[in-house]
Write a protein that binds this ligand. Structure first.
Ligand SMILES: Cc1cn([C@@H]2O[C@H](COP(=O)(O)OP(=O)(O)OP(=O)(O)O)[C@@H](O)[C@H]2O)c(=O)[nH]c1=O
Length: 632
């Protein structure tokens, strides 16, 4: 990470953004931060009058949001993140705190208060470093806030209502989005624009700088970072520092003397022109006297250009089961792995180095070994193995994406080009070739197993006695459901060819009685009776006519009070987020990915009400709708 060394400090850490705000996700993604999104379940109900100042309320809420996620991940998922980031944005006017409007009237009330006036936007941010010690979660909390002043023009009633009807105000503090239509209401902004949008990026980077590069103790001037250190300064300062060490003393600082001269003799200048010296110095030349390029490096674009190489390196290492060998016997030298796998030494070494460069392996003088993530996700029998999906990506999706240009030109799936077969024939083939069938089921199992817990707990399903997972494949979700809800019995309903091959995927040593497998075709056959029907990764694959057939059938057998749970990736309303779903659409199946409001409308169309949506932060989100209770 050349452009942003402060954020680069987070590269080797498991970072979690405890926020459902697409804006926060975008702001941090745009600067190259890699993180998981786990929206917080903390309800924003702290007593406002208990806080002396509005920003204290925002900071405390941010902290509680982040702590809730850190605790939940630690306890529920046994995945302790390294860093959890929480944020809360509020608008204050006339000493009143405005959060997100609950309805259009509320938005009207807020916006008319802001009309013609200056107001403040505060975002409180909490950065929580987590450690698991003896199975206990230990946290170190850093928090701060940023204030930006915004002035609105006078807003006419007509403009105000037009804006409200656009739908934009509803999920935004103060009822406006400065980054979109709301920008037209704004006369001026004093301070950090991104702070208004939802995340004070500049202040965040300064805080990280304080945390990861505390100023040297002997230099009394350097109390606080007032600016983000320059790239080169950081590259120098981080020399020899372990990426994984938290809050390490700023070792490289001793290279600089108080005059701003580097001990190596390179010339530095002070970055700050104000009377308070920041202590950040920018090298004009490197040690060879060569001027460094000032050109901006488009790292995001470069990453995308290299993306296919990285994917293929992962696929090939997985296919050759290198992660399995390394878990069993690592650390291993390239030559040993080449001998085990039967590959060339030079090719193997290059592949292993690429995997190390991508952060999948560790390379030491003893040889290569798996990272924790590789053990968990990349070995073929790792706890949350994605091996099946990776092989499916290599063998099935890769050839399809190789023909993307034709797919876009023709607007259709490219099975004939990729595999020399039409869609229908290919589907038949899946269930004729044992190998292909197993591969496909392993891929589905990978995702289902990884997401099962989050899907199963997205809503409280304890009221249901029986569930039927339509197209439930290997039963990964079913097994998770019966673990979490001991009174629930789950039927997995899938094609006979699938059901006949499920035994390989059953959990060992687990009481499996509440899960039964029934074979049938959900388009043609009667559906088993249940209080809760589940469609996980089904709807996005089928064209509207088929979706209609399926949902009509489910709706017809659903009794009042029973429900339908849909697990899919839920797109944002603009349909550009999350990118995984949007990229998945490029496969050009006849189905489509849908936004939250589209899923809501779809379920309502088939008689489901009270439709709720949960963005889980995992690879699948959850939508739940109840069959209308007709009784009075
Ligand atoms: C003023 C303003 C706010 N926002 C959004 O308002 C939400 C605040 O609500 P929050 O409670 O801080 O966050 P959330 O969206 O509920 O997410 P979470 O962090 O999960 O609580 C955030 O989304 C912000 O971007 C904009 O997009 N543009 C603007 O101009």
């Amino acid at each position: 990470m050349v452009l942003n060394p402060v954020l680069g400090k987070l590269v080797s850490k498991r970072v979690v953004l405890a926020s459902a705000s697409p804006r926060r996700q975008e702001i941090l993604t745009n600067v190259g931060l890699r993180f998981e999104v786990v929206p917080s379940w903390f309800k924003e109900t702290l007593e406002k009058s208990a806080f002396a100042a509005p920003y204290e309320y925002a900071v405390e809420t941010a902290k509680q949001k982040a702590l809730e996620v850190a605790n939940r991940m630690h306890v529920k998922h046994l995945r302790t993140p390294d860093v959890v980031i929480g944020a809360d944005t509020i608008v204050t006017v006339d000493e009143q705190i405005l959060e997100k409007p609950v309805d259009k009237q509320d938005a009207y009330r807020m916006l008319s208060r802001l009309s013609g006036k200056e107001h403040s936007v505060f975002t409180g941010v909490a950065i929580i470093h987590c450690h698991s010690k003896d199975n206990h979660l230990e946290t170190e909390i850093t928090d701060f806030y940023e204030e930006t002043k915004v002035k609105f023009s006078d807003l006419s009633e007509e403009l105000l209502w037009e804006y409200i009807h656009s739908g934009e105000p509803m999920d935004k503090a103060g009822g406006y989005g400065i980054q979109a239509l709301g920008g037209m209401l704004v006369e001026y902004v004093h301070g950090d624009f991104l702070n208004v949008v939802g995340f004070p990026l500049n202040h965040f980077c300064k805080k990280l700088a304080e945390l990861y590069y505390p100023p040297p103790k002997h230099n009394v001037q350097h109390k606080k970072y007032d600016s983000i250190p320059s790239v080169d300064t950081f590259e120098n300062l981080s020399d020899g520092e372990s990426e994984s060490s938290n809050f390490t003393e700023h070792k490289g600082a001793s290279k600089l003397d108080s005059s701003g001269m580097c001990s190596s003799g390179a010339i530095y200048k002070s970055e700050s022109s104000s009377s308070v010296r920041t202590g950040f110095i920018v090298p004009l030349e490197n040690q060879n006297g060569v001027l460094k390029s000032a050109a901006k490096v488009p790292s995001k674009i470069l990453d995308l250009m290299d993306g296919f190489r990285a994917s293929k390196a992962l696929f090939v290492a997985s296919k050759l089961k290198m992660f399995d060998h390394l878990r069993a016997k690592g650390p291993l030298k390239a030559v040993d792995i080449a001998n085990e796998v039967g590959t060339s030494v030079c090719g193997t070494e290059r592949l292993l180095d690429a995997c190390a460069a991508l952060g999948l392996l560790e390379k030491t003088p003893q040889g290569y070994s798996n990272t924790d993530s590789a053990n968990t996700y990349l070995t073929s029998d790792g706890e949350y193995s994605l091996h099946g999906y990776i092989i499916h990506s290599n063998d099935h999706l890769w050839p399809l994406f190789t023909n993307l240009e034709s797919a876009v030109k023709e607007g259709s799936r490219q099975n004939h080009r990729a595999f020399g077969k039409k869609e229908e024939d290919l589907f038949k083939d899946y269930y004729q070739s044992q190998e292909v069938k197993q591969r496909f089921m392993a891929a589905m199992h990978s995702i289902a197993h990884l997401t099962a817990r989050d899907v199963a707990t997205a809503f409280d399903l304890s009221q249901f006695k029986s569930a039927c997972d339509l197209g439930g494949c290997t039963g990964a979700l079913a097994h998770e459901l019966v673990q979490i809800y001991p009174n629930l019995k789950v039927t997995v309903f899938d094609l006979p060819e699938v059901i006949a091959n499920t035994s390989y995927f059953q959990p060992s040593g687990q009481h499996t009685a509440p899960v039964t497998f029934v074979s049938g075709d959900f388009f043609k056959d009667n559906l088993p009776e249940a209080d809760l029907y589940i469609l996980s990764r089904v709807l996005h694959d089928w064209p509207d006519e088929k979706v209609h057939v399926l949902l009509s059938k489910i709706s017809a057998v659903c009794k009042p009070g029973s429900a339908l749970l849909v697990a899919e990736i839920v797109l944002d309303e603009q349909k550009t987020h999350p990118p995984r779903a949007v990229l998945q659409s490029l496969s050009m199946t006849e189905g489509k990915q849908r936004s939250g409001s589209e899923y809501k409308q779809l379920l309502e169309k088939y008689g489901f009400t009270d439709v709720q949506i949960k963005i889980t932060g995992n690879l699948l989100d959850a939508v739940l709708g109840f069959k209308e209770n007709l009784s009075p």
